[in-house]
Design a protein around this ligand. Structure first.
Ligand code: GLU
Length: 508
């Protein structure tokens, strides 16, 4: 094994990066940082047909937002560049030639139509066509055709691909850090295309060549790549790189909230939660997907949500900073089974991170929202308001919902509460309170609370009998922060005016 830890995140820019992919990046990042190694970003864009404009920027912006900075990669550069496979075209040819020369690969001329009709032929026999040792001699390739036929076709410029020649009935051993040793018979693997007629390598070849040339020590990637790994192991073998082959660690799938099936981009729309880190907007395809960022999640909460999808610290701790994660992370604590995504838990994480922020930080985030509503207020007051209501907020935008009554007087009054709490004798009581407040010399929460309590005791009234209608006048419902705190913050004048309006408008 290479002594330095070098890991890579290698997305294909075929669309926005899904949170499952972000989690892969995160695990790679944590592993690299933990071992003082390097975290590399490599863009695997050899499949031109599936290339999507903007997808690479999306990856970079997502990593940046989450604070997962890479050491080598596109734009940033590094000693092993370029880091985009489309810019490495010329590198792969020589390895294809080596495979061909050593009879570990062959040239195939089968057209798409021919392959399709072969597939149909097998389907009719209720079986599945596989291009492999059992079938390759029935196909049009450099193994089945005569040497001069191959030459003629090549000279005539007939399109061809290069396929790996998977040996027959050979045991292939895959060692996976998470799953242990897996033995696969080569008959289960097909003769995958390594090099396409467009002159570009496929994922399989480019991935192995680049991992080798970039001195990658560990391949940490999604479980969906496990079935390709025997092929990769063979390629390392054929290319003579078995001794420096990276270690593999396949991380479990991220599952739908029901636990049934892989979490997909459509689940977010259905379940009302984001499946992507940032909003993705592709007007051409009429695609708009919500992002964690735009939905009000803090990046550190998203990191925390994702890390626990499939990894456990072995303790009860749930909230981790990035530094704590770097310290605690280990591939040994990655689960083998799929990780169910829980949208409520995701909100809970954001809620927890919001509570951890100082009132001042939250005020700074809240003030722009207030500005949009043409509300300006001294920062000190906003800080105070935030301190009273943040416990009820999961997101910064919830702060408004939870505190709007501090800024605007109620326009209507919750009918159910009116029905239940506004009694025959309520107007008289509320008027008395108004007078008490009017003459209060010190309009602070505790001072006015004392005055009102004295009145309640003197008249032997229930606390609720006074406070519920009063809350209705001030807030419009039975919700909200401690009522005397509200009064202090909105001030005497506004308190009196809301009570007067209530007295005038609320009718049983
Ligand atoms: N380009 C592959 C992907 O999109 C990378 C798989 C790997 O890490 O080997 O997932």
């Amino acid at each position: 094994m290479n002594s330095e830890v070098r890991v890579r995140f290698a997305p294909s820019p075929t669309g926005p990066l899904h949170i499952g992919g972000v989690r892969t990046a995160l695990y790679n990042y944590l592993f690299a940082r933990k071992h003082n190694g390097k975290f590399i970003l490599r863009i695997e864009d050899t499949d031109q047909a599936r290339f999507v404009e903007g997808a690479e920027d999306y990856v970079r912006n997502s990593l940046k937002w989450l604070g997962l900075d890479y050491d080598e990669g596109p734009v940033k550069g590094g000693d092993f560049g370029p880091y985009k496979q489309s810019e490495r075209k010329d590198i792969y040819k020589k390895y294809v030639d080596k495979l061909l020369d050593e009879d570990n690969a062959y040239i195939a001329f089968d057209t798409q139509e021919e392959l399709n009709s072969k597939r149909a032929e097998f389907e009719a026999k209720k079986s599945t066509f596989k291009y492999d040792a059992a079938t390759r001699m029935q196909m049009k390739n450099s193994l089945s055709l005569r040497r001069n036929e191959v030459k003629e076709k090549m000279e005539a410029g007939e399109p061809y691909v290069v396929r790996i020649k998977i040996p027959e009935n050979k045991e292939i051993k895959v060692e996976d850090v998470i799953r242990g040793e897996i033995l696969i018979n080569s008959n289960e693997v097909d003769d995958k295309v390594l090099f396409k007629s467009d002159g570009l390598p496929t994922y399989h070849l480019a991935n192995i060549v680049d991992d080798h040339l970039m001195k990658i020590s560990h391949v940490i990637r999604g479980e969906e790549w496990l079935p390709s790994t025997p092929l990769h192991v063979l390629l390392y073998d054929f290319l003579g790189w078995k001794d420096s082959m990276p270690k593999f660690a396949h991380i479990p799938l991220t599952l739908k909230p029901t636990g049934k099936g892989k979490l997909s981009k459509r689940d977010g729309d259905k379940g009302g939660f984001p499946v992507f880190p940032l909003e993705w907007n592709n007007p051409e395809k009429n695609e708009i997907f919500k992002g964690y960022r735009e939905s009000g999640y803090f990046p550190e909460a998203v990191v925390n949500i994702l890390v626990l999808l499939g990894w456990n610290p072995g303790t009860e701790q749930e909230i981790f900073s990035l530094d704590e994660l770097i310290d605690a992370f280990s591939l040994n604590n990655i689960n083998k089974s799929g990780a169910r995504f829980d949208p409520d838990k995701a909100k809970w994480f954001n809620h927890s991170y919001l509570q951890k922020k100082s009132n001042e930080e939250l005020a700074d985030l809240f003030i722009p929202i207030l500005k949009e509503k043409n509300i300006t207020l001294e920062k000190e007051k906003v800080i105070k308001i935030v301190s009273l209501i943040k416990e009820r907020a999961d997101f910064v935008v919830d702060l408004w919902e939870q505190s709007s009554y501090f800024f605007v007087a109620p326009e209507d009054y919750d009918k159910k509460v009116v029905k239940k709490k506004w009694k025959e004798d309520t107007p008289e009581i509320v008027s008395d309170i108004k007078d008490i407040l009017q003459s209060a010399s010190e309009f602070t929460s505790t001072a006015i609370e004392n005055e009102v309590k004295k009145y309640i005791e003197k008249n032997e009234l229930g606390f609720g009998k006074v406070m519920n209608p009063l809350r209705l006048c001030l807030v419009g419902s039975n919700q909200g922060a401690h009522l005397f705190d509200i009064m202090e913050i909105i001030g005497k004048e506004e308190t009196i005016s809301r009570i007067e309006r209530g007295l005038k408008t609320i009718k049983k």
